[in-house]
Design a protein around this ligand. Sequence first.
Ligand code: GTP
Ligand code: MG
Length: 364
Amino acid sequence: MNKALVFIPHKYRTHIDEELALVRTIYTDIDDIIYVRRPNPKYYIPMNRLEDLKNTESDIVVLDRLRPVQKINILRKTGKEPIDRIDLILEIFALHAGSKEAKLQIELARLKHRLPIIKEAIRRAKLGELHGFLGAGRYGYEKYYRMVKEREARIRRELRKLSKTREIRRKKRIKYGLPHISIVGYTCSGKTTLFNTLTGYDKPVGPEPFTTLNPKTGSFFFNGKKFIAIDTVGFIRDLPPEIIDAFYATLEEIIYSDIIVNVIDISKGIEEAIKELKETRKILLGLGVQGKPIIIALNKIDLLETRDLIEASRKIYSLLDPAEIPILISAKTGHNIDLLKRLIDELSVSGDLNAKNICVEVRA
Ligand SMILES: Nc1nc2c(ncn2[C@@H]2O[C@H](COP(=O)(O)OP(=O)(O)OP(=O)(O)O)[C@@H](O)[C@H]2O)c(=O)[nH]1
Ligand SMILES: [Mg+2]
């Protein structure tokens, strides 16, 4: 049984469940949750808590980015290497990675996250301050550093090869002129469920974050035409840049698609749905997605009462940009999926004008 003692920055207090879901994916138990209002520059963790940590059996989890110097200071003080938010996300990714490419991407992100800590260890060891971390003295660290750099270069070479293969496949698909639909959105919003419903696949779905790490392509027919659907890696708030970099290659599929379906879980309430909308927009913009029609698929409507649904959807519709076209669906029950297909079909031929009329038929 693995337990976590969680330090969480005050800024995450409004969506603590989402952050704790990350912890619960790896740990069976949470020992305690401690809010940190003003992180201590040297240790991050408040000084009055540090002494207790020497005796705890739990892992020290800090749901924030720890600077290398803070990590090493905590290690020196408590004898335990803390896990920060990036370590945690990478751990979850490692659990779910199936394809060779995803595994390499994660290993690369882990190495990149580890390098500054090794550098700091080398610096400290030179000053005679640190012995034994990673089982090494100064020369040991330097050797380890070189090994890590060599491994990093090898992984990059392999990834470049894999990315070329994917590019060739993508070009082939595009050559046949089939419309490409990227299914994007927050983690757990129901992207894979929708992908399965559209394509008839049976890809794993699940309530824990980051079930999907391998982008998957499938096809479906509507109106006698073939469409290509692409399932993608979920987004989260404050997606660490290391991870965006690592998954850029897989998220690239989004940039080359004709239509984007942004799946938003509307069952958790308006506030949450608006947050998901804002976060996903930010990430799409960061990826360079512009000028494409975006379908905002408000998902899991089977979990809401009609009255709440009307209220929530009205509120969200009022926030949408002209390029964002809303539709209410249940990926699980299949409700309005034919309507979604019609919408995709319209958008693929005639832009968004006719498509907008379809959205009037909100709920059959
Ligand atoms: N009630 C209900 N549950 C749904 C619906 N769509 C998805 N779910 C559930 O939501 C959870 C997450 O679904 P996934 O399809 O795995 O979500 P995802 O967006 O692919 O998640 P990641 O791959 O982890 O980013 C699962 O437990 C699904 O069964 C829906 O329309 N209604
Ligand atoms: Mg998924």
